[in-house]
Design a binder for this molecule. Structure first.
Ligand SMILES: NC(=O)c1ccc[n+]([C@@H]2O[C@H](COP(=O)([O-])OP(=O)(O)OC[C@H]3O[C@@H](n4cnc5c(N)ncnc54)[C@H](OP(=O)(O)O)[C@@H]3O)[C@@H](O)[C@H]2O)c1
Length: 249
């Protein structure tokens, strides 16, 4: 799948699924824009992208900050004059009981990172995506399809991403923009470590029909398919890549 002459922006590209996705797009010839807060991790991902020929545009930004969101899109257009693909991947996970009184704090924190930037970046990027007949891929989760004990705020956020994706797919279709979702099951990344949680993704993988968790590369492949010209008739779709987790749940 060639992405030569395409500009692809990946949020949450300093780690896990986003990092691997950015590198895969770079391998396929895209001009890649990588966004996250941790500059050192971003530099490492940038070096991995550069092995395929081009150094990406690195933007240190917090997607929960409105000004940063505007800067992300402005810097992208300033550098490349266009945008073809927006991948809203940045996200955090939190655990906690509803009864401890902290649920609304957790909800506010999660929605600010997992949901609000998806709406804002979609809105800021759309005028440029109209020009390129581009597309958006949003990373949700099986948590948006089902429930897990003490993950209410995260589940709400991921269900919101799915619903917003369908809403924006409908509204932006008249402008030729496609919007799709990938909902991964357990993926072997540092998501729990990054959240300071003593949990292992592999343990969730045991609950899948295939008795395994995905590698981030498997999710990047699905993202790339949805972003590609192989998927020109696909919009408003949510591809679940979960090793059959929802089948056995
Ligand atoms: N791993 C799984 O099992 C799994 C399953 C289903 C869905 N997902 C979803 O997949 C996406 C990627 O997760 P992952 O597993 O790759 O986790 P990860 O390794 O922890 O990566 C998360 C990325 O999001 C970035 N990020 C977090 N908050 C940010 C903020 N405020 N501003 C900018 N960037 C921010 C992080 O970068 P910085 O910290 O440098 O900012 C990091 O690059 C998330 O949306 C997650 O919910 C993961």
């Amino acid at each position: 799948m060639s992405f030569k002459n395409k500009v692809v922006l990946v949020t949450g590209a300093s780690s896990g699924i986003g990092a691997v996705t950015a590198i895969l797009f770079a391998k396929e010839g895209a001009d890649v824009v990588i966004v996250a807060r941790n500059e050192n991790k971003l530099k490492k991902v940038a070096q991995d992208c550069a092995k395929f020929g081009k150094y990406p545009l690195v933007i240190k930004a917090d997607v929960s900050d409105d000004d940063d969101d505007r800067r992300i899109i402005n810097d992208t257009i300033e550098k490349f004059n266009k945008l073809d693909v927006l991948i809203n991947n940045a996200g955090i996970v939190r655990f906690g009981p509803i009864l401890d009184g902290q649920i609304t704090d957790q909800y506010d924190e999660i929605m600010k990172i997992n949901v609000r930037p998806v709406l804002r970046l979609t809105s800021l990027a759309a005028p440029y995506l109209i020009k390129t007949k581009g597309n958006i891929v949003n990373v949700s989760s099986i948590a948006g399809h089902t429930v897990t004990d003490q993950m209410a705020a995260y589940s709400v956020s991921k269900a919101a991403v799915i619903n917003f994706s369908r809403s924006s797919a409908l509204e932006l279709a008249r402008h030729g923009i496609r919007v799709n979702v990938v909902s991964p099951g357990p993926v072997n990344t540092n998501i729990f470590v990054n959240a300071g949680l003593p949990l292992k993704v592999e343990d969730f993988g045991i609950g899948t029909a295939f008795n395994r968790a995905s590698a981030p590369e498997e999710i990047a492949d699905v993202i790339m398919y949805l972003a590609s010209d192989k998927a020109t008739s696909v919009t408003g779709t949510d591809i679940v890549a979960d090793n059959g987790y929802l089948l056995v749940k």
